[in-house]
Design a protein around this ligand. Sequence first.
Ligand code: GDP
Length: 702
Amino acid sequence: MEKIYPIEKIRDIGFIAHIDAGKTTTTERVLFYTGITHKIGIIDEGTTIMDWMAQEKERGVTITSAATTCFWTPTHREKDSQNEYRINIIDTPGHIDFTAEVQRSLRVLDGAVVIFDGVAGVESQSETVWRQADKYKVPRMCFINKMDRLGVDYEKAFKSILERLTPNALAVNIPIGAESKFEGVIDLITMKAIYFEGEQGEIISVKEIPADLMDKAKEYRKVFIEKIAEQDVEVLTDYLEKEIEPSEDKIREILRKATIAGIIIPVFCGSSFKNKGIQPLLDGIIEYMPSPLDLPPVQGIHPKTGEAIVCPPDDKAPFAALVFKVANDPYVGTLNYFRVYSGVFKKGNYLLNASKSSQERIGRLLQMHSNKREELEEIRAGDIAATVGLKNTNTGDTLCDPNHPVILEKIEFPEPVISIKVEPQTKADQEKMSLVLKKLSEEDPTFTAKSDQETSETIISGMGEFHLEILVDRMKREFNLNVKTGRPQVAYKETIRKTVESEGKYIRQSGGRGQYGHVLLRLEPLERGKGFEFVDIIKGGVIPKEYIPAVEKGIKEALEKGILAGYPISDIRVTLYDGSFHEVDSSDFAFKIAGSMAFQDGAKRASPVLLEPIMKLEVVIPEQNLGDVTGDISSKRGMIESIGERTMMKIILAKVPLAEMFGFATKLRSLTEGRGVFTMEFDHYQEVPDNITQEIIGKEVA
Ligand code: GDP
């Protein structure tokens, strides 16, 4: 029976970083140290050495799993089970350009550790993630890594955080030495030097601060204590009037509160690679990152009535969980990872997928640890776990108590707006391509794949050029599937602007049995985003019921290839209001053709128009580049909606046609010397201006 951790002893966190800053290495070190304590602390009788070694081989797999659970007791506390905490590490995407993935992970974690390369300091991607985390109000702490690297400069890196990300950054420990002489850290709370000894830095040795670093340590301590004191009137008065400094416990208490409120961002340092500084970072995660209890409860809605439902972090509340990742695991199959917000659930029972209105029996509950997969009997509020074998459950779905249906604030995924053609390179590639594409689109709700019946081409669609590039790269690395790709194309659509009526007749009398299908349709424009509606108002059996689905099918097929430039038609209602049939010659086939013909004829006369995806653009830039960047956006048919400020940067919000945005990343980089960052997501479809339509149609014909 697994040990139950009360919810205040749970930390659901993620490590986020610019690529190469050391996220993987740091996670590995964290799992290593937490693994040792767990083994020493609790003797797990069921685990033999052989078992452990066999499972160790899977380590590579579980480390990269969507969520890993580990345990830690802060080093300054007694090592008893009262002081042991559970940390659930939620994997965050390596490539922060995937808005959906970033949103998804920021949505389910309660706090984040942002890792920096001590040589590079703040890099462009760290800035992007930082702004995203600001938006979701995620409490954060920082880790300045790679203190052993040649050219490392702690002060410069720390200053880059202060200047580029937040004035609230506050050093909690500082390095002893640098580069090959990096030895340990000075803890500014205890004013002690901490060294990491033993082969893997697992032995912590606490000593006095070296004499040559005393002045520097005092300087940092002064800033530290002042900032802490400012948070609490009593502490501040004692400090200013009587020069009394707060106790270690009081400091931790204040720092915890301020970090959770985002008023202070604690900064740690170390070298994951050299096994130095990880244990204090772990202590910090426990001490300063929120438990699910520290944050406001999540809000959901009733799937039928739409009424608001609060899901408190409480075992006694009805069960509610959010699926944040669907992953294919080579050992167990399709895993659905979810975060539990409320309640307790025992395996073997039923859960309602409220987003899909379907019930499923949950046969297995799994939790991933660094070296093993644990089968759980039950899960409770605050837990992160996975289940196997759910049908029809996707990322973003809510799993809940069937008697208390709720849909948690849904993760909104943007529509795919960019497409490219993919062509398998060999016969073997061709054979596995559709399976691979299916797997990838199950994992990623913003990725779709479709094959064109006529041309037998396969088109994949996603949220941006980079998104598709990464997916193509994954096909190669993970599935050994090689494809040739075409140029990225904007996913245009078509629609109509006028209501028209039209007639379609498919009548053939060529000896033997003929063909007879005859329909009258009304085509009407619908509001943006409404898709396609088919209405049947046939009376008196002028077309027998059995042929009506065939008419609809014919129209649907015609919708896929528009009349202007072959893009799918949407936002249209088609009403079947009249027609006729023939006792002998009528067939599904004839009515399907008649439906398709009538539709195409009508659509041509209904003032067809192209629709293009308009993106919501957020650009964060230094103030001095404001003019250049707004100018560039305006020249791209962009509409600037607001210019705001967030921690020392200007934020432009705008709506821009996607078609104009190719190459924007490069342009922005050159306009802002690499400091500008942007995120972009689909907002809505809008009519393409006439002059531009001509260009697009011209291109299609050529
Ligand atoms: P990720 O892309 O953020 O997951 O980064 P990795 O953990 O894969 O690290 C990227 C590179 O930096 C690897 O070559 C690591 O060995 C190296 N690295 C990570 N941490 C440190 C460190 O503390 N010091 C040094 N010198 N190199 C490090």
